[in-house]
Design a protein around this ligand. Structure first.
Ligand code: GLY
Ligand code: MN
Ligand code: MN
Length: 503
């Protein structure tokens, strides 16, 4: 199925990149015929979606942090995969957070918070449904209704998100007004950012010392603040994350049930990925990140997403996968399973060591501790175990010295990251609020220690080589401690074996 460009009749139509392939009729007879005899659209006005009130509260908070500034938060355009074929669309997470618009967001939409005397007035600009009096609906493969489906009306979205809306064309007025007080989330929409930069230069009438009075990179400050705004999840977000974990559990169950086919196929890892991703598409929007289906020694490759190897009985299969819901919130869960149903002695030893590290880290989680203490706690166990097994050139205590860290040879990654709209959520938050940050109720993050013995690692006995284990859970900080949201997915060695046995 080929794409066709807009056969616009404007005075100077832009060159049609598909002119060599386009079969769109240009006859007046066709154009007149296709423009007529369409039934009127009946579009009932929806009640505001649940997320709308939460998004409004988030906008209030960012408004209070940026008084007097014009804040532009684009959803971003569709990204080209090749020529006129795009990747599946996903709005920028900051946009989704502040609007409540998830997988159904219209590409290239823009949220603008215009400063008022007391705060900000929010307006959502987007390209509404096109009338049959334009040729967009049949001739524009990128956005035309016959190609990508109908878009909602301005009134529909205004009611749905409980947010004033304007057509995307009207964004020109915002660009006209752009000045030194305008901030934009830069990485969401490069083209719009370039326009804002140009207008900012053109329109800025700064006093000589103005550069001293504003941050040197105010856009980065906005991005940072939007990232930090997400460190503590509200009630609606926590419910979404619970639902994402529940859907992900179904995906893990599917993989367990599919083991005979997985073992039988020469690219069994692909079947693991396919089975999980099938559930992700059915129950959610997609996967929150590329599924890692790593069997045997592939488990020692932390981001193994090629997934083209066999799944061999006797090996472990490490499955790191998460379902992203239509709201765009995602889970991020890892289990490492003995594909033939039972861990070997050495596999079990490694697995239970990792579980001990995870349990030790979880045990200290409560409001008031520092985020980085979770990792430190897990590392005590990883150092103790690898020292006990004789893999380290020094004892555990000495290895834990920041100047030593021999045990990290077997786990080079961190133990925890925040989780939410992005799998690595809040990534632009300041170190003092992230790694050095104090835990608060409502924070959600992973605990994911692992042990990875590379197939060619001469520091470990041969029986350990090629074993990679990670256990990853999604943790909610509560008022008094913590809740493991993914505890329902079997995680001790005994539980996993019972799961595989069909218990
Ligand atoms: N799935 C990527 C991670 O665990 O961080
Ligand atoms: Mn993770
Ligand atoms: Mn993961």
């Amino acid at each position: 199925m080929d794409a066709m460009a807009d056969s616009s009749t404007s005075a100077a139509p832009s060159p049609n990149p598909n002119a060599n392939r386009s079969t769109t009729p240009v006859s007046n007879a066709f154009r007149e015929y296709i423009a007529t005899q369409w039934a009127d659209r009946v579009e009932p006005t929806p009640a505001p979606r649940q997320a709308a009130a939460f998004a409004a509260a988030r906008r209030q908070r960012i408004s209070a942090m940026h008084p007097g500034e014009r804040l532009i938060v684009p959803a971003g355009p569709a990204r080209v995969r090749s020529n006129d074929t795009d990747y599946p669309y996903r709005a920028h997470s900051a946009f989704a957070h502040l609007t409540g618009w998830g997988a159904d967001a219209v590409p290239e939409s823009v949220l603008v918070l215009e400063p008022t005397g007391t705060g900000h007035e929010a307006t959502l600009y987007f390209r509404p449904t096109a009338g049959r009096d334009s040729d967009e609906f049949y001739a524009n493969a990128a956005i035309g209704e016959f190609w990508t489906g109908p878009r909602p009306s301005l009134a529909h979205v205004a009611a749905d998100l409980d947010l004033p809306t304007k057509p995307l064309d009207a964004l020109e007025d915002v660009l006209e007004a752009t000045d030194a007080t305008t901030r934009i989330v830069r990485d969401a929409d490069r083209e719009l950012t370039d326009q804002v930069d140009g207008r900012r230069l053109l329109n800025a009438e700064l006093p000589a010392d103005a550069a001293e009075s504003i941050d040197t990179d105010p856009d980065a400050v906005l991005l940072r603040d939007l990232s930090e705004l997400r460190l503590v999840k509200d009630e609606w977000e926590i419910a979404q994350l619970r639902a994402a974990v529940a859907a992900t559990k179904q995906g893990f169950d599917d993989v367990v049930a599919d083991r005979p086919a997985i073992i039988a196929h020469p690219r069994g890892e692909r079947l693991v990925e396919g089975t999980f991703n099938r559930r992700a598409r059915a129950e959610g929007n997609q996967v929150g990140y590329d599924t890692i289906a790593a069997s045997g020694p592939h488990a020692c490759i932390l981001h193994w997403t090629r997934n083209d190897g066999p799944v061999v009985p006797g090996d472990l299969i490490l499955l790191d996968a998460g379902i992203e819901l239509d709201s765009l919130y995602t889970a991020d869960i890892t289990r490492t399973l003995p594909i033939n149903g039972a861990y070997s002695e050495v596999q079990r030893r490694v697995y239970e060591a990792v579980r001990e590290a995870a349990d030790a880290a979880f045990a200290i989680v409560r409001p008031g501790i520092r985020f980085r203490e979770i990792h430190a706690e897990a590392m005590k166990v990883i150092a103790a175990k690898t020292a006990e097994w004789g893999f380290l050139p020094v004892g555990a205590a000495e290895s834990l010295d920041p100047e030593a860290q021999y045990h990290r040879r077997y786990m080079v990654h961190g133990t925890s990251h925040h989780l939410g709209l992005d799998v690595h959520d809040c990534a632009q938050a300041r170190r003092e609020l992230y790694l050095e940050g104090i835990l608060e109720p409502g924070m959600v993050f992973t605990i994911e220690p692992g042990l990875y013995f590379q197939p060619d690692d001469l520091t470990v006995p041969e029986e350990y080589r090629g074993i990679g284990v990670r256990i990853e859970d999604n943790i909610l900080v509560t008022a008094t401690g913590a809740e493991n949201l993914s505890i329902g997915i079997p995680r001790t060695a005994d539980e996993v074996e019972a799961w595989l046995a069909g218990a």
